[in-house]
Design a protein around this ligand. Structure first.
Ligand code: MGD
Ligand code: MGD
Ligand code: SF4
Ligand code: MO
Length: 725
């Protein structure tokens, strides 16, 4: 080729921002990615990518100050580059000394949203934590929707799973916006890739869609009924819906008789939760609650579920329990003979109509040291990390490895969290850029980014709308100074001499109980392609075929159906255990916190992914700061003009940002997104590039029992225009 000519090659891979794992085509010029397009050739979504998937090229190419070398913080507080091998030597030595002196509990790992993108890294992390033998595993799940884990532990789970959106005739989603977030099954009601298509298909086949959200979300365009309540009243709303189903006898009697306990206790506890009470508290027309209950009661294949909204608000565990109770009263699960659209490809699961009884795992050892609470799905509550560090206990946490996360921003309440993080003997951040937690770390280990890695589609395996599997080799080479996430954990194990067995782990499994696995050599690093080959061992598509078909494969598999329960299967859903009844009674007596004119609600924005991409050019153009969005009438009443500086104050703290009108919001709420600005604002929101909403939240007041979930939505606040600004 002539001088100055560039050759473009097109490589197929998949986006790893979220579990949709959209297949994509990437143009590479001289070893650099330049463009991305959706690849619809085999994709279960057709040709689809969202803006943050497209933005991942710019992110990859350094739009947000990528780290090209690891860093060590000196005694003067300044960071200096350090070779990754040297950083690992020093970290391994420190961890080894802590383990020898204080035992395995002195070491903790926090798994952030960046870690979910790293399949091999995440599995190597699990292997490493199992080898250390520490119970101190934390993830964002416990500061996200762990109310769902609490519900599983107290109510139980229907092993056959819920219906896919396309199979429903009535579908309800409380507090989620999948058209923006692409957050779908197994949590919320949606298909994660191309979410609009799933809603369109469901509606075309006659499904009625109900949304419950203080904001008329982008997803609301698919809603037949939108209920716009004040936040924090989902327990009352869904308690009232259950009340109506019981009152009218429109619940699924056969299902409840066969699979549920506690109907009488539920009936008694819900007697005071009338639709009128819920309507008054949530400030919605009572007719809307009656109509939702009518549709749900008439439905044959019902889905009731939630996004983050109810899990972030007041009484989040109770909110979630009552939403699932409504679903159970409607028999909203796949039943024997129902089609299973995607049983999984890399690991095929058999769906059986039976109940996994409540585990109440949080009542069992191991307990946290600061609170007598056990684990949920093998994890301790992230909101307790600061207390577990500060505890006056020989078993307190002394070293924290943060893998793809920014816990100081994510936990909120910096006044409580920051001193604890500063108290650590060792804080390591494994990340591709400097975030607020990394700034306080002793070591920041610079990692590779998704397109530089081998990966296989485990996160999507049973979540794709139909069976699909994809393997990718690196699209571009990683820079010399960074290491892979998996190599970080392998490298530590090799230096510390702990054995390491690599396994196909999935939620619900105890790592130790998974049979087999691949014991790793601690002398020679594993070949990532071989790790993926191992993970594909049970896949009906041979690995060589996966390698050859880089757009992914839709295997031709015989249709799968839910199987009937084996004889004598006696697991049951506990609709109203005593702790839930007590929480209902307490909620009944609650009064709205006086002295605050507004409730701050959570939201997510299309072009950012939590902390990632907020500094990209596109985001900065759209959102120079994270605005306080308000109903225009509320702004007019308070004399706040568009763009005006406003101070938000809660019982726990304050922040300053700019106001922006949004008619989609009901009155009485202010909506802000998270992970903007520095941990603590300087007072100049424009220079800071936004404000951290975590400054308004608390790690001690208003937290839930069991999962210690803080309140991230429905926070009582006042909003004041900054005078003279
Ligand atoms: N573009 C983009 N996508 C993302 C993310 C992102 O940052 N950006 N983050 C990812 C992550 S980590 C997650 S957990 C998911 C979250 O996915 P979603 O749960 O879909 O997140 P949101 O869009 O914030 O939707 C929450 C909704 O709850 C409503 N709400 C707030 N409080 C209440 C309440 O008390 N009751 C009810 N009923 N509703 C309430 C809010 O108005 C909001 O519309 O998204 C993921 N996807
Ligand atoms: N007030 C308030 N608080 C919240 C929320 C809220 O809405 N409001 N949301 C909550 C929720 S749902 C969540 S999930 C948490 C999010 O909390 P976190 O996950 O702790 O925060 P993120 O900013 O998403 O951190 C992700 C990090 O991963 C890095 N990363 C990206 N790719 C890779 C990779 O391949 N490898 C590695 N090693 N790192 C990578 C990014 O650079 C980024 O620093 O916050 C929670 N906290
Ligand atoms: S939906 Fe998720 S996987 Fe698909 S392009 Fe967007 S961020 Fe990537
Ligand atoms: Mo999340």
């Amino acid at each position: 080729r002539g001088a100055g000519e560039v050759t473009t090659t097109t490589v197929r891979s998949f986006c790893r921002n979220c579990s949709a794992l959209c297949p994509m085509e990437i143009d590479v010029e001289d070893g650099r990615m330049v463009r991305a397009r959706p690849d619809g050739s085999a994709s279960p979504y057709g040709a689809y990518m969202c803006p943050k998937g497209l933005a991942s090229i710019a992110f990859h190419n350094g739009a947000e100050g990528r780290l090209f070398a690891s860093l060590k913080r000196g005694d003067d507080g300044r960071f200096a580059p350090i070779a990754a091998d040297d950083a690992l030597d020093e970290i391994a030595a420190k961890l080894g000394a802590l383990l020898a002196e204080h035992g395995p509990r002195s070491v903790a790992v926090y798994h952030g949203t960046g870690a979910y993108r790293s399949v091999l890294g995440g599995l190597m992390e699990r292997a490493f934590v199992a080898a250390l033998g520490t119970p101190n595993f934390f993830s964002t799940m416990t500061i996200d929707q762990s109310a769902k884990w609490v519900t599983m532990a107290r109510l139980g789970t229907m092993a056959s799973g819920k219906h896919a959106l396309r199979d429903c005739d009535v579908a309800l989603l409380a507090g989620g916006n999948p058209v923006v977030t692409h957050q779908g099954a197994p949590f919320a009601l949606a298909e994660s890739g191309a979410p609009g298509k799933g809603f369109e298909a469901a509606r075309a086949s006659g499904c009625k869609v109900i949304l419950v959200d203080p904001r008329r979300t982008e997803t609301a365009r698919y809603a037949d009924l939108l209920i716009q309540p004040l936040p924090g009243h989902d327990a009352a709303i869904f308690g009232a819906i259950a009340h109506i189903l019981l009152r009218n006898g429109t619940y699924d009697r056969a299902f409840v008789e066969r699979w549920c306990n506690g109907l009488d206790d539920l009936r008694a506890a819900l007697a005071p939760f009338t639709p009128e009470l819920a309507a008054a508290r949530a400030d919605v027309p009572v007719e809307q609650i009656e109509l939702a209950a009518k549709w749900l009661g008439e439905g044959h294949r019902v889905y009731a579920g939630s996004g983050t909204g109810p899990s972030f608000s007041q009484n989040s565990n109770l909110n979630d329990h009552m939403i699932e109770v409504v679903n159970a009263l409607c028999g909203g699960y796949r039943r024997a003979g129902d089609r299973v659209r995607n049983p999984g490809t890399l690991k095929r699961r058999v769906a059986v109509e039976m109940v996994v009884s409540p585990s109440r795992s949080f009542e069992r050892e191991p307990f946290c040291v600061s609170e007598p609470v056990g684990q949920l799905l093998g994890e301790f509550p992230s909101a307790l990390i600061p207390r577990e560090i500060m505890a006056d206990s020989p078993n307190r946490i002394r070293a924290l490895i943060v893998f793809g996360g920014d816990p100081l921003m994510a936990l909120g309440d910096p006044a409580a969290a920051l001193p604890a993080f500063e108290h650590l003997d060792l804080l390591v951040s494994l990340d591709c850029r400097m975030n607020e937690t990394a700034k306080r770390a002793h070591y920041v280990v610079a990692t590779s980014q998704p397109f530089e890695r081998h990966e296989i589609s485990i996160p999507g395996d049973s979540l794709y709308p139909e069976p699909f599997v994809q393997y990718t080799a690196p699209v571009v080479e990683k820079p010399a100074g960074v290491i892979h996430d998996w190599a970080f954990f392998w490298g530590l194990a090799a230096r510390m001499g702990t054995g390491l067995t690599f396994k196909y782990w999935n939620y619900g499994l105890r790592f130790e109980d998974i049979p087999g696995g691949l014991p790793l050599d601690l002398e020679t690093p594993p070949d990532p392609e071989e790790l993926c080959r191992f993970l594909a061992a049970d896949c009906p598509v041979p690995f060589e075929e996966l390698k050859a078909k880089s757009s992914g494969v839709r295997p031709a598999t015989a249709p799968q159906f839910v199987q009937a329960a084996p004889d004598g299967e006696d697991g049951r859903l506990e609709l109203c255990p005593p702790d839930v009844a007590a929480e209902l009674a307490a909620a009944l007596g609650e009064v709205e916190e006086a002295g605050f004119a507004f409730r701050l609600i959570s939201r997510r924005v299309l072009h950012a992914l939590n902390g990632a991409y907020r500094d990209s050019a596109e985001m900065r153009r759209r959102l120079p700061v994270n605005f306080a969005w308000m109903n225009p009438d509320d702004m007019a009443a308070a004399g706040i003009e568009e763009g005006a500086l406003v101070d938000l104050s809660s019982r726990h703290g304050a922040l300053r940002t700019r106001a922006r009108a949004e008619a989609r919001l009901r009155r009485g709420v202010v909506s802000m997104t998270h992970m903007f600005g520095p941990l603590v604002g300087s007072g100049d929101v424009d220079a800071d590039g936004g404000a951290n909403v975590g400054q308004l939240t608390s790690l001690s007041e208003g937290v839930q029992s069991i999962n210690f979930m803080p309140r991230f939505s429905g926070i009582p606040v006042n909003v004041a225009r900054v005078i003279g600004a």
